[in-house]
Design a protein around this ligand. Structure first.
Ligand code: NAP
Length: 388
């Protein structure tokens, strides 16, 4: 690697750290980090501000508090925007500051911008270096990238299973399959996603809090969706945490008219939101749920189970991204519950695959995550999804 390239990588790693510092706070904007380097030294740093505030490049230039010296280089994890937007084009701020060289990580996937930021800068005489740590810089914004290219939310799911894909023993015992470090990582992803979702049975069996509890930071609550077409979770005795805790106004029950209006009223009176979807049975059509999230400007949903809900998302081809944590444990029992069910592929090419795969290790557990790619033809056992 040339000295120049290794220097670029080194500074881009720092810009990535700055971007990660605003993890989960910038929706629907991407997380971006930027820094200004003069004579090989970092003299100013910035990251995307929340709620439509300044972009990272502007934050770094503002933090400098003076004009950059001749030869100053700006590093930024994503291509600078070149349209006015709410905060003005970043390319114009860079040009106005007199920066003569910009080093960029990922291309902005927004079709209105992609590659145009580079062009605008080059046309005006700025040296532009692209593609430094491109994969890492793009991966950081998997929610934003999906949102700007599809106009809808990234629907992701997390599964935690044994090495042989089981989520519980035949007795139902499932706590805990994965280790503490993996579970802490799940909290980190929860903090990234603006919304989290579970099926009714997970609420009834596990009574999860579905908040983010990370060391040194106050407990935080994303939007919490509960998929419950018949409102089975509305119980008088020991109602679940998500209906009673201090964050209950962040809970949204996703249901159908088959759930019963009395229960809907009861939930709303307790300050819980309810989204009702037309459906011929008790299952909410996931494509309609996706559309509603888009309307409400919720760019990402992290589904935390259980098996039935996630299998249903796959059957409907509505799962975009999968986080699969594997523990080094083997049950080797066909009666132990499998994490995903309902498909009957006869050929390997009919399997569902992950693309853009990334791996992380957590003290012996393994996370494999990636974009879900569906086969042309899926053979489905409809009896698995029959409503009772
Ligand atoms: N290992 C892991 O990663 C993990 C994660 C979470 C949970 N779990 C375990 O999984 C178990 C629960 O899983 P599960 O498969 O039994 O149940 P589940 O997926 O949590 O919930 C299924 C319920 O969700 C409702 N539902 C599903 N799709 C729906 C839709 N499209 N619209 C409306 N409602 C919908 C169904 O209602 P109807 O029956 O009324 O149709 C059903 O009652 C628990 O024991 C938990 O410990 C494991």
């Amino acid at each position: 690697m040339s000295a120049d390239k290794s220097e670029h990588v080194w500074f881009m790693r720092r810009a990535l750290e700055l971007a990660r510092g605003v993890w989960g706070t910038t929706h629907p904007n991407p997380m971006v980090g930027a820094l200004v380097v003069e004579s090989g030294e970092i003299v100013a740093e910035g990251a995307t501000a929340p709620d439509g505030g300044p972009h990272a490049e502007k934050a770094a230039l503002a933090a400098l508090g003076r004009a950059p010296r001749p030869g100053a280089v700006l590093y930024v994890t994503m291509e600078p925007c070149c349209t006015e937007g709410r905060t003005g084009a970043c390319t114009e701020s860079i040009l106005a500051a007199g920066i003569s060289k910009v080093v960029i990580g990922a291309t902005d996937p927004n079709p209105a911008h992609a590659g145009r930021g580079f062009e605008v800068l080059r046309e005006r005489g700025v040296e532009v270096v692209t593609g430094v740590l491109e994969r890492e810089c793009a991966d950081l914004n998997l929610i934003f990238n999906h949102w700007v290219t599809t106009g809808g939310p990234l629907i992701a799911a997390k599964v935690a299973s044994t090495l042989d894909g089981k989520l519980a023993c035949r007795t139902g015992e499932s706590r805990w399959i994965t280790n503490e470090a993996s579970r802490a990582d799940v909290h980190r992803w929860r903090r990234l996603f603006p919304a989290i979702a579970v099926g009714a049975m997970t609420v009834l069996k596990d009574n999860p809090r579905l908040t983010v509890r990370l060391p040194g930071v106050p407990e935080w609550c994303p939007w919490r969706f509960v998929f419950d077409g018949l409102l089975r979770t509305v119980v008088d005795k020991n109602p679940p945490h998500v209906f009673t805790d201090a964050f209950r106004d962040r809970t949204i029950v996703v249901t159908t008219p088959h759930g019963g209006l009395g229960y809907v009223r009861k939930l709303r009176e307790a300050g819980i939101k309810v989204w009702i979807f037309e459906s011929s049975n008790q299952r909410v059509p996931i494509a309609d749920f996706r559309r509603r999230c888009a309307e409400e400007r919720i760019p990402g949903v992290f589904i935390e189970g259980g098996a039935q809900l996630i299998s249903e998302l796959i059957r409907a081809r509505q799962l975009d991204y999968l986080f699969a944590y594997h523990a080094p444990v083997i049950l080797a029992d066909e009666k132990a519950k499998s994490i995903l069910t309902g498909m009957r592929p006869e050929r390997l090419e009919q399997g569902i695959r992950l693309a853009d795969v990334r791996h992380d290790m957590f003290e012996g557990d393994l996370l494999m995550r990636g974009r879900v790619v569906y086969p042309e033809k899926m053979l489905i056992d409809e009896s698995v999804f029959a409503v009772r």
